[in-house]
Design a protein around this ligand. Structure first.
Ligand SMILES: [Mg+2]
Length: 232
């Protein structure tokens, strides 16, 4: 199946192109050793990372739903992780959080197929990014991973004042890219936020579902990025 009349391809960044999990784990692993957390928290690195990820997901849900501010999210996820291991007042928690935010975006691991697909699409379509990630780190990530030259327009939801899946984020990106919804697709790893959100704004949504979760939905689904070579 080839999608017809497409001119613009909008991408999500985190977990879709930029391998958030690997880059985050690598950073946490390095910091775990540097801060000697095995002794501080009496735990192993794998348990520390697993607990952090669980807590970070909860914090991000709260942030997306307006229950936590960006600054609260940034530090709470670490102080909550330290408390999880029984260390309520770790005096370096804040410093740890800042180091993580400084270093993680400089990591460059990408989801398999990223360059193959971006290069294939490059001549055929205009490509853009719509991300809910923080504005000040998105450029760092793209630079570190060598992605910058592929995208015309990069929209961080922060600049719109709403987050995906709010239609105003997609509408703003369409306008900035000079694109019509009907000639645009949006590819992302979050069914609700990316694919269904885009669909509600009139774009065609493509859900990147590498974990092959079984969910009923009405968008196009891929489990590997290279499947896009058959669709676009
Ligand atoms: Mg994502």
């Amino acid at each position: 199946m080839i999608l017809k009349d497409v001119k613009h391809v909008f991408w999500d960044l985190d977990h879709t192109l930029w391998d958030f999990d690997l880059n985050s784990s690598d950073t946490l692993h390095e910091l775990f050793i540097r801060y000697n957390l095995e002794n501080e928290l009496k735990t192993q690195v794998g348990e520390f990372i697993a607990a952090y990820k669980r807590i970070n997901d909860v914090c991000w849900d709260k942030y997306r739903n307006g229950l936590m501010t960006k600054d609260e999210l940034r530090l709470a996820r670490f102080s909550l992780t330290f408390s999880h291991f029984g260390v309520k007042e770790y005096d370096r928690a804040e410093e740890f959080g800042w180091r993580y935010m400084d270093e993680c975006p400089k990591k460059s691991k990408l989801i398999p197929g990223t360059f193959e697909v971006l290069n294939y699409l490059k001549g055929k379509y205009k490509q853009h990014i719509i991300t809910n990630g923080f504005k000040e780190v998105q450029g760092v990530k793209q630079d570190a991973a060598g992605l910058k030259s592929y995208f015309d327009v990069v929209v961080c939801s922060e600049e719109v004042g709403e987050k995906k899946p709010h239609p105003s984020v997609f509408n703003y990106a369409l306008e900035k890219a000079g694109a019509n919804a009907s000639e645009s697709v949006m590819i992302g790893d979050n069914l609700e936020v990316d694919a269904l959100g885009a669909q509600k704004a009139g774009l065609r949504g493509i859900w990147f579902n590498p974990e092959q979760r079984l969910v009923q939905h009405s968008v196009i689904e891929i489990t590997e990025l290279v499947e896009l070579l058959q669709i676009l």
